[in-house]
Design a protein around this ligand. Structure first.
Ligand code: TYD
Length: 135
């Protein structure tokens, strides 16, 4: 069983010069899995909450490519909030962790690196189902 302590902040390599910064996320090397899918959240109205689910198998890393937001994680017992505000850092979330995303700043963009293709069957979308899944 995973806990919120299995989540971690990943610091991506940062190449900085006069022209600006460049960060890199390579499968296996920078994130602990092969990246199969990338999606992003943007044009998020103030006060919106995203997420509100857990995954059975899919691993994800969330990056605040622009602006900032909070990622609230819960393993059924412990809770923790990460404030993401850097394009050179990501939050790795293992399986079996409930997450909500809140407090998006105006213009914030959340990039997600996922280990699997989209499969609705991999989602746990109610807290009741989540609590029985982790037992
Ligand atoms: P949803 O899971 O509600 O987004 P969030 O994680 O921000 O809460 O997804 C919104 C819609 O997009 C939902 O109908 C499922 C669909 N979707 C895809 O078709 N493919 C994907 O890769 C993702 C992440 C979502």
């Amino acid at each position: 069983m995973t806990t919120i302590n299995d989540s971690k902040i990943i610091e991506f390599k940062k190449m900085c010069d006069r022209r600006g910064n460049l960060s890199i996320a390579e499968s296996i090397f920078d994130v602990p899995y092969s990246i199969e899918r990338v999606y992003w959240l943007y044009d998020i109205p103030g006060g919106s909450m995203r997420g509100g689910h857990a995954h059975k198998e899919c691993l994800e890393t969330l990056i605040a490519i622009s602006g900032s937001f909070d990622v609230n994680i819960w393993d059924g017992k412990m809770k923790r909030t990460f404030h993401l505000d850097s394009a050179s850092k990501g939050l790795f979330i293992p399986t079996g962790i409930w997450r909500t995303l809140t407090n998006f700043t105006s213009g914030a963009v959340c990039l997600v690196l996922a280990s699997q293709k989209y499969d609705e069957a991999d989602y746990i979308r109610t807290q009741k189902e989540f609590l029985s899944f982790i037992k």
